[in-house]
Design a protein around this ligand. Structure first.
Ligand code: ATP
Length: 312
């Protein structure tokens, strides 16, 4: 039976350009290179959404907070969560919640919550949570307390919600996140996504090349991984696309030279944001789980540091 939840009284919230967007195209875990620890966690949690888990005495899973370096696949994993859990995916743009006349932001959030609960069971992806926090008093912003009130309501709902809405929040700038957000009980777990290591980059290259309808076996993936040390997944994809454009303009297939040239022309975020990345790793140590590997964060933080240092 086709569900017609989007025709209800919250349809305005869901329509194109509304507060919440329905994401139809959802990647699978196989479309994501690396992030093995986070993938394993998601796969293990899947049965926790079923009735058997309630009978067993387990609470409904609340959600996941994913913080990390831009372009490392946080959005991909947020979307893949809905595939793993086989649930509809709603994306909330927190930026759209704020604005308008006095009281509008609070009303917007209530509308979002009503919509998510009407669609439940579902995954609600709160994208760029950090940007929404930037107006809060604690982060130096001032908007007459609107951000704090909206956040307070969001947090209370997350704490108390009964309907099966699994919240996946993604953020880059942890300095903007209020401490109360990180308190136990809001999320089931918090993961930190670091730059991919050599093995993860090999796997990302393979996925990216195959995703552009070409045979990854035609490339030396190990060499490409080595050459892109310190690159994010988004930068690897960007370099490959650039090589494709170059070749397409000349009516031929991309050569290893095209790819090398595109890689050489890329300045990775690891180099541009070295200090911010180090600060992010420091913050994550002891607070968040390492999404990339099963190694402890203590090991992981020293490993990628060397990666970045080696680029200078
Ligand atoms: P931002 O914080 O800037 O929003 P992000 O961490 O959410 O970035 P994504 O938007 O998920 O990063 O990644 C951008 C693109 O880079 C993806 O659509 C994908 O094509 C590629 N990519 C990034 N990481 C991976 C990965 N681990 N495996 C495969 N592709 C990846």
């Amino acid at each position: 039976m086709t569900r017609i939840w989007w025709r209800g009284k919250n349809a305005g919230t869901l329509k194109r350009g509304g507060l919440v967007e329905v994401i139809e195209a959802k990647p699978n875990l196989d479309d994501i290179g690396g992030l093995e620890c986070l993938k394993r966690w998601l796969s293990q949690r899947r049965p926790a959404f079923g009735a058997a888990a309630r009978d067993y005495g387990l609470p409904v899973p609340k959600g996941l907070l994913i913080v990390g370096i831009p372009g490392t696949g946080k959005s991909l994993i947020a979307k893949a969560t809905a595939s793993v859990l086989q649930l509809p995916l709603l994306r909330l743009d927190m930026g759209r919640v704020f604005g308008g006349i006095v009281g509008q932001s609070e009303a917007n959030l209530r509308s979002v919550i009503r919509t998510a609960e009407a669609v439940a069971p579902c995954v609600l992806w709160v994208d760029e949570l950090d940007k929404a926090c930037s107006g809060m008093a604690g982060s130096g912003g001032s908007d007459g307390g609107t951000s704090s009130r909206v956040f307070g309501s969001l947090l209370s709902w997350m704490q108390e919600k009964i309907k099966p809405v699994f919240v996946v929040a993604t953020a880059n700038d942890v300095s903007q996140l209020p401490p109360e957000l990180l308190r136990t009980g809001r999320f089931d777990s918090m993961f930190f996504v670091d730059l991919p290591d050599a093995k993860e980059r090999t796997s990302i290259w393979e996925i990216v090349i195959a995703g552009h309808h070409r045979d990854p076996r035609s490339c030396d993936l190990t060499a490409l991984s080595k050459e892109t040390e310190g690159f994010t997944g988004a930068e690897i994809e960007g370099a490959y696309r650039e090589a494709l454009h170059e070749a397409f303009a000349e009516g031929r297939e991309p050569t290893p030279d095209d790819i090398h040239t595109a890689i050489a022309a890329t300045t990775p975020v690891a180099k541009l944001m070295k200090e911010r990345i180090e600060a992010l790793r420091k913050w994550a140590k002891g607070r968040a789980r390492d999404a990339n590997t099963a190694t402890s964060l203590a090991d992981a933080t020293s490993r990628p540091s060397r990666r970045v240092q080696s680029m200078n």
